[in-house]
Design a protein around this ligand. Sequence first.
Ligand code: IMP
Length: 199
Amino acid sequence: MKKLIMATNNANKLREAREIVAPLGIEVLSLGDMGIDCDPDENGETFADNAAIKARAVRAAVTEKTGGSPAVFADDSGLCVDALGGRPGVHSARYAPKGQECAKLLGEMNNVPDDERTARFVCSIAFLDTDGQLFTVSGKCEGNIGYEQRGTNGFGYDPVFMVGNRTMAEMSADEKNEISHRGAAMRELYRLLKERYGE
Ligand code: IMP
């Protein structure tokens, strides 16, 4: 396998994936690179389900367009807050209008004491190989929900997600990659690809 399609057009995710698999001599192509537009209903109950839904939909779209069956991978991620019974979880992207997720979450956490503010970011990656086999890897990052928004880096829930005494929005991209759920899942994907396609 020399080409791998990533089910995204997100420039940051692509750059990170390209850097991680480059040592294996694998080229990562985006949906835009393939000229396809694919946005399936992510109605699974788990991050792994949703990642698999995306990977399968992208593969079907590529096959329809090119006749080939390339390897593809898709990720799905979100924030699980213990005091909210795991919410927003798989609904993280739809929890609030973009840019308002942190304010809404802080509101819901208003009366939650220090030791009950634990949360984790989770990321699952579904890798669909050329032969149709599906593999799932995942990563997580444990932290706490803070009391106010801090920092300007990152996106989504980063300004309220604390690891130690800093929010993820106060970390550089490299610092975040080292501890993040997505970084951990991407490193698992690298190990899987190396096992199957490494020298
Ligand atoms: P997706 O997996 O890219 O669709 O992300 C789902 C949603 O989870 C995003 O829209 C964010 O709200 C949230 N999310 C996932 N990963 C992160 C992260 O690293 N920082 C902040 N929010 C995240």
